[in-house]
Design a protein around this ligand. Structure first.
Ligand code: NAD
Length: 249
């Protein structure tokens, strides 16, 4: 098992890719903290992991709230004794915004998608230092690498911030055995399914994907698992695209 003995926090673990990551981590031997604002969904994931013989705990966390972060990390260590892995996955989409000039949307996107990642690392890293090392995987996006005409620019800015703050933290904590990497999903089912309902828009989105299909949540979860595991022991500050070739053009 690739995460045997490790304790992991997955933010946004109640739904979508975060839920897939939480379940995969548990199957690979990690004790998992599902940290999310959606309690009902989070408890469901917690129960599914327990039914499959794994160990998990739901923690209420708004990733934009610094006090809540401090408490979530404390609860993790109180229950499981240590913290080895943090996946900063929680985020909101920029394609739901209708006014791309909205300053409120910019602030919301930067707070929930980018400031959150800084806060998570701020409270997780001291525990990883105590544990003698750790791994952080920050979920950015292809939108952190290239621009799009269908998302609020605050989404690109927030995901670009995630990309570069990952490299800063990687450099600053490399000697402590803490690896920090980013994952950049492309067109994933949550986005294509719930937001791009218009078949023409869906087709146009897929036309930009060399593989010609959306990704599966487990295809992202597997990349996150690799970076979180000791198999990636010499990899830090890297950005791993999981996008069917979208950014290769
Ligand atoms: P999703 O909407 O299915 O799940 C996101 C989860 O984050 C939900 O459980 C939600 O409750 C939680 N969340 C939202 N705001 C939160 C907050 N303030 N505090 C705590 N939890 C919060 O999303 P998804 O599609 O699985 O996306 C997961 C990550 O991947 C996000 O960071 C997203 O930006 C990124 N991403 C998604 C796509 C895509 O196509 N879906 C593509 C690239 C990157």
């Amino acid at each position: 098992m690739r995460l045997e003995g490790k304790v992991a926090i997955v933010t946004g673990g109640a739904h979508g890719m975060g839920a897939a990551e939480a379940k995969l981590f548990a199957r690979e031997g990690a004790r998992v903290v599902i940290a999310d604002i959606r309690e009902e969904d989070g408890r469901r994931v917690e129960a599914e992991i327990a039914e499959a013989g794994g160990e998990a705990m739901f923690v209420q966390l708004n990733v934009a709230d610094e006090t809540a972060w401090e408490s979530a990390v404390q609860q993790t260590v109180a229950r499981f004794g240590r913290l080895d892995v943090l996946v900063n996955n929680a985020g909101i989409s920029g394609s739901r915004e209708t006014d791309f000039r909205s300053t409120d949307a910019w602030d919301r996107l930067m707070s929930i998608n980018a400031r959150s990642v800084f806060l998570g690392m701020k409270y997780a890293i001291p525990e990883m230092q105590k544990a003698g090392g750790g791994a952080i995987v920050n979920i950015s996006s292809i939108s952190g690498i290239v621009g799009q005409d269908y998302v609020h620019p605050g989404y690109n800015a927030s995901k670009g911030a995630v990309r570069i703050v990952t490299k800063a933290a990687a450099v600053q904590h490399a000697r402590e055995g803490i690896r920090v990497n980013s994952v950049h999903p492309g067109m994933m089912p949550p986005m294509l399914g719930s937001e791009n309902r218009d078949p023409a828009q869906r087709q146009a989105s897929l036309a930009n994907v060399p593989m010609g299909r959306p990704g599966e949540v487990d295809e992202v979860a597997n990349a996150v698992l690799f970076l979180a595991s000791d198999a990636a022991s010499y990899i830090t500050g890297a950005e791993l695209v999981v996008d069917g070739g979208f950014t290769a053009r």
